[in-house]
Design a binder for this molecule. Structure first.
Ligand code: CP
Length: 337
């Protein structure tokens, strides 16, 4: 099912359909998502070399702009940019002039004045990377590293790469996404990616208080009971409770949530044999997942982290290449060619 994402637009594609920004999976077709996965696959080998570098972004400057906390995303974007031979600037927002009242727009203007080629942006406001992409100098690529509840497209793509590695393809797969769907940008991007790539079924499993009103319109089925919901499932994606985005009491208690929706070995046994267990992190042991499952043989949680580097290398190199072709087109138009 196709859903209109308010932040979706042709903004992130060139006229030839190539990536120039990476803001959302909305509006990206199966061929493009598959191209990202195939490109990421080709970068996995780079991580196994003794010298983990390719020259694709040599001479380019990538700025990591994280207005929200991050361990995995920020580190893997930094490693990905370095493996592509870019110069990387990590702006520490807590000690930047933002704390003196400088606006996001002014911060960006100043960083653009340093001839930056790409901004990797995480922000608590949905749509912040989209806003930046609309206003940034042509030729500068914007990559969304997670905005509010809206989207976390590189997380979804590294999850898709991990699923493809373990399951071979997407066709026929039944995927359960469990936990706090309401506040999750990851779930929104995952559901979009899974639908585009053609899985058999997506089931969201959560209490009604942690589901968006229109959740079925995202292209998934709803199940409130975890034991019923895990039947015939090939991939389980667990999500943490995102307390930083919760307003009011949405749960009776963490203990009750764990009893009903936490993944333990008994519940995992209800899914298909060979079912893989995923989690974007950070995991909260004993809140949404038991340690024996998180660290167990069906868990691919750390493979997700490793795959984050290859996927981010793919997205950054593709967006930079799209910007270069866009610049050539504009120069040719300017010269009346
Ligand atoms: N999965 C994820 O976005 O983790 P971080 O918040 O640590 O980047």
């Amino acid at each position: 099912m196709t859903v209109n994402d308010p932040f979706s637009s042709s903004l992130q594609l060139t006229d030839e359909g190539r990536l120039k920004h990476f803001l959302t999976l909305d509006g990206l077709d199966r061929d493009l998502l598959t191209d990202i996965l195939d490109t990421a696959d080709s970068f996995i080998e780079v991580g196994a070399r003794s010298i983990k570098k390719v020259p694709l972004l040599r001479g380019r400057t990538v700025v990591n702009l994280f207005f929200e906390a991050s361990t995995r995303t920020r580190s893997t974007f930094e490693l990905a940019a370095k493996r592509l031979s870019a110069d990387v600037l990590n702006l520490d927002i807590s000690t930047s002039a933002t704390s003196k009242g400088e606006t996001l727009s002014d911060t960006l203007l100043n960083l653009e004045a340093m001839a930056s080629d790409m901004f990797v942006v995480r922000h608590s406001q949905s749509g912040a990377p989209h806003f930046i992409a609309e206003t940034v100098t042509p030729g500068v690529a914007i990559i969304n590293a997670g905005d509010g509840r809206h989207a976390h497209p590189t997380q979804a793509m590294l999850d898709m790469l991990t699923i493809r590695q373990h399951k071979g393809s997407f066709s026929g797969l039944r995927v359960a996404v469990v936990g706090d769907i309401l506040h999750s940008r990851v779930a929104r991007s995952q559901i979009r990616a899974l639908n585009t790539l053609g899985v058999e079924e997506i089931r969201v499993i959560a209490p009604a208080t942690l589901l968006p009103n229109d959740v079925e319109s995202l292209g998934c089925k709803v199940e409130y009971d975890m034991a019923r919901g895990l039947r015939d499932i090939d991939v389980i994606i667990m999500l943490r409770l995102q307390r930083e985005r919760m307003e009011g009491a949405l749960l009776p208690s963490e203990r009750e949530f764990y009893r009903l929706y936490g993944l333990n070995q008994d519940k995992l046994a209800l899914a298909n044999p060979g079912c893989i267990v995923m989690h974007p992190g950070p995991i909260n042991r004993g809140v949404e997942i038991e340690s024996a499952v998180a660290d167990g043989p069906q868990s691919v949680i750390l493979s997700q982290v490793t795959n984050g580097i290859a996927v981010r290398m793919a997205v950054m190199s593709m967006a930079m290449s799209g910007q270069v072709s866009e610049r050539s087109r504009m120069a040719a138009e300017g010269a009346g060619v």
